[in-house]
Design a protein. Structure first.
Length: 309
């Protein structure tokens, strides 16, 4: 494993923008500003937006650029303390108890002290995120918070207020330096205002055509320039169609990569039809685009790019 070398946080908005760009994340100035403020103020950053617009990637890029560990808590329905915060290694504890009994060590207080020690504590993401050293605090990604229930959200609120966790058998474990917290949500439900108030907020929207084309150039550099322009223009127009799930930036990158693997240098109706499953993941959406909407969009894309030349 490569040893991480923590680097200081950027000192200006421009440095923050350069940090993101240097890691091939094409961001606008508003995102760089709120990220800079989050780092300076040591406040969690709450990122909201549609799935696939690059919210999770921000945390990954930040960890890479700052040389910090990335600790990810993937949220889901039913997430509880034992999965998110900590639990005890019960099997190892039982073995220790049996060994102490076999050795004749039956003093209850000593036995409890031995089995309820750091040796048998399993640190889950939340507790792990609180153990970073000063100057090397990890990036703590709380991904898709809207998938959890309100009870866990309330528990998380308490942790984010003081950056500490109480383990009854050990006491309170407090962060030497608060982690860099990134919270993402796809807005499948509303997050309580009390949690949002402890964060800086940013809505991550779909990029405009110019920024999305730059993303494709960076992520799929081997793609033909004409093809990249057509792909971005097609997807920009596709997002204006009423679909169950519009394609995100992740799908743009995947489609450009897939078309490049097929040695395509431009879009045509047959290619769009054959590869539409890379972009759209719901049959009703695919059927709508296949019923003539896709050809109409492609004709518009070809005409606009030809006029621009």
């Amino acid at each position: 494993m490569t040893e991480l070398k923590p680097r200081p946080a950027p000192r200006t908005i421009d440095e923050t923008l350069d940090l993101l760009t240097g890691a091939d994340y094409v961001a606008d100035r508003s995102l760089a500003t709120v990220l800079f403020l989050s780092l300076r103020m040591q406040r969690p950053l709450f990122l909201e937006g549609e799935a696939g617009v690059g919210k999770t990637e921000i945390a990954k890029v930040l960890a890479q650029a700052l040389g910090r560990r990335l600790i990810r808590l993937q949220c889901y329905e039913g997430l509880d303390v034992s999965s998110a915060v900590y639990e005890w290694n019960y099997a190892a504890q039982m073995i220790e108890i049996r060994m102490e009994e076999a050795a004749g060590k039956v003093v209850r207080s000593d036995m409890e002290r031995n089995v309820f020690s750091e040796k048998y504590l399993i640190r889950r993401p939340v507790l792990d995120a609180l153990t970073g050293k000063a100057g090397a605090a990890p990036v703590f990604l709380i991904d898709e918070l809207d998938r959890t229930d309100e009870a866990f959200e309330a528990y998380l609120l308490e942790i984010l207020s003081d950056f500490q966790v109480t383990v009854p058998e050990l006491g309170t474990i407090r962060a030497e330096e608060p982690p860099i917290v990134i919270i993402t949500t796809n807005r499948t439900r509303e997050i309580h205002d009390a949690l949002k108030r402890r964060c800086l907020y940013h809505w991550v929207d779909y990029p405009n055509a110019e920024r999305e084309l730059e993303i494709v150039h960076r992520k799929v550099p081997q793609a033909n320039s004409r093809l990249s322009a057509e792909v971005v223009s097609f997807i920009q127009k596709l997002r204006q169609v009423e679909l169950f799930k519009a394609p995100g930036v992740a799908e743009t990158i995947d489609w450009a990569g897939a078309l490049t693997e097929l040695d395509k240098v431009a879009l045509d109706p047959e290619t769009v039809s054959d590869t539409i499953g890379v972009l759209l993941k719901y049959q009703d959406d695919i059927a709508r685009i296949g019923a003539g909407e896709g050809r109409r969009i492609l004709d518009e894309v070809k005409a606009e790019l030809a006029a621009a030349e």
